[in-house]
Design a protein around this ligand. Structure first.
Ligand SMILES: Cc1cc2nc3c(=O)[nH]c(=O)nc-3n(C[C@H](O)[C@H](O)[C@H](O)COP(=O)(O)OP(=O)(O)OC[C@H]3O[C@@H](n4cnc5c(N)ncnc54)[C@H](O)[C@@H]3O)c2cc1C
Length: 424
């Protein structure tokens, strides 16, 4: 087992901490490490934005990458928890299968997908990753391994889905996939002149399998909250299926910090608005589901200071009023989000107690990290709380875990991240 002392961070590059990172090769090594350390946190591929996978002692699953089985008749895959979605796609897609739920990035691990209980652009129809998870194996604080499913260790199963790694180390999982017969999507873009139109467009297009909107949070007056809703459905077809092995461009270095300021962000949003004309087109799945993956290290555009993503969800009956007030508050402040994404969410399965989405709408805001951003996030927290909303802990770098409405006290004290330690 390799153990190294290194500086690590999440995707937001903030915060950065010095950590002992242990990378076990076997379950026995993992067990020894868990038993020997008073406090550890698991790290998958470090693509959570904030400090969910940061701690003084980190255990990496990067060597747990074995495909255990793939039943291509029934679309059931079992693999170790360090496998990336990107590593599974070239195996499952040619056999006519895809993930029922996928986030907007494919370079995340299966363990990370479970621990954050990730959602996609189809939450009203398919809920979160946990809804299609058949079982997983978990190594607990005493080093013992248990299997968790809807019939075995059920409480731990649901506690771990969205439990941010606080229940133990997930070592492998079995997942039910979804049938596809084409790698193409029918995509419709609806450009909307303001926030009201965006909400209307969401509710008038509930039959689309996928929906997510880009929002221009810098627009004011009549075009306040303008944006573009992207809808999509899978095409059907009879041609052979392939997952493209495309090369992504890499942003080679950190951009200077002045590059993203309120003026350039406004110009950038204006350009996106003009580009997003209402239209129908056919796009490849890779481009639809993972548009940001075409640029490796796009987080470097924010410079060395990094970025803080703040994603919150408000219940349906308060979502429009809440979003309006929160966006107004942001536009009066000195903090300007670069990119913002609005999603609609459906009912939360009652047993998925730690999943982020609640029936309503969520907005994800990418803020360049400034000196005042955490104080500002606390102002947003108060507003979100007053609208009975919550935040997504896997994006968080500033708020208290209670904002995610996940109870940290219910978990073993052994598994603790910087996020969890912000409890008091
Ligand atoms: C560009 C981008 C787009 C994104 N889009 C979405 C989206 O659309 N929807 C969405 O839901 N999320 C989205 N995310 C967030 C991302 O999907 C989650 O943060 C995911 O958990 C990251 O997985 P990871 O393997 O990198 O985990 P890490 O970042 O390493 O860890 C995330 C959490 O999972 C825990 N964990 C990881 N592996 C294990 C394990 N084996 N056992 C126990 N706990 C574990 C960690 O302790 C930590 O709490 C996006 C992130 C990026 C960068």
């Amino acid at each position: 087992m390799q153990i190294s002392h290194q500086k690590i961070s999440g995707w937001g590059n903030y915060p950065q901490i010095q950590a002992n990172v242990a990378t076990p090769d076997t379950l026995e090594e993992l067990q020894q490490y868990i038993i020997s350390q008073p406090s550890i946190i698991t790290r998958g591929n470090g693509k959570s934005y904030g400090d969910a996978s940061l701690g003084s002692h980190v255990v990496s699953t990067s060597r747990f990458k074995k495909l255990i089985s793939f039943d291509s008749e029934n679309g059931i895959v079992e693999c170790e928890s360090g496998m990336l979605l990107a590593e599974l796609l070239p195996i499952i897609v040619p056999e006519g299968w895809f993930f029922q739920v996928t986030p907007g990035i494919k370079n995340i691990t299966i363990g990370g997908a479970i621990a954050s209980d990730v959602h996609g652009k189809n939450h009203p129809g398919k809920a979160c990753f946990s809804s299609h998870l058949l079982s997983f194996k978990l190594m607990q604080a005493d080093g013992q391994m248990i299997t968790c499913s809807r019939t075995e260790n059920t409480d731990v199963f649901w506690q771990s889905c969205g439990g941010m790694g606080w229940s133990g180390v997930i070592t492998s999982a079995r997942i039910q996939l979804m049938r596809i017969s084409s790698t193409r999507m029918n995509q419709r873009t609806i450009r909307c002149e303001n926030l009201e139109q965006l909400f209307k467009a969401f509710s008038e297009n509930e039959s689309s399998a996928y929906a997510a909107a880009w929002v221009d949070t810098t627009s004011k007056g009549k075009s306040f909250g303008r944006g573009a809703l992207h809808l999509a459905d899978h095409q059907t077809g009879t041609q052979a299926l392939n997952w493209p092995r495309k090369k992504a461009f890499t942003i080679p270095a950190f951009a200077p910090e002045w590059l993203l300021n309120s003026l350039t962000i406004r110009v950038f949003n204006e350009l996106i608005y003009r580009r997003n004309k209402s239209q129908d087109k056919i796009v490849e799945m890779d481009a639809f589901f993972y548009p940001l993956d075409v640029l490796n290290h796009w987080n470097r555009m924010y410079g060395r200071r990094g970025l803080v993503q703040y994603q919150f969800c408000l219940p349906e009956n308060q979502a429009f009023e809440g979003m309006q007030k929160i966006l107004n508050h942001i536009s009066r402040s000195s903090e300007t989000p670069f990119l913002s994404v609005l999603k609609r969410h459906g009912d939360r399965p009652p047993e998925a107690i730690n999943s982020f989405p609640i029936k309503g709408y969520s907005l994800a805001l990418d803020f360049p990290r400034t000196k005042g951003i955490c104080a500002f996030a606390k102002e947003l927290d108060e507003m979100v709380w007053s609208f009975n909303g919550k935040i997504y802990l896997t994006k968080d770098a500033c708020s208290k875990p209670k904002m995610g409405r996940v109870d940290p006290h219910g978990f073993s004290p052994k598994f603790s991240s910087a996020l969890r330690e912000r409890i008091s």
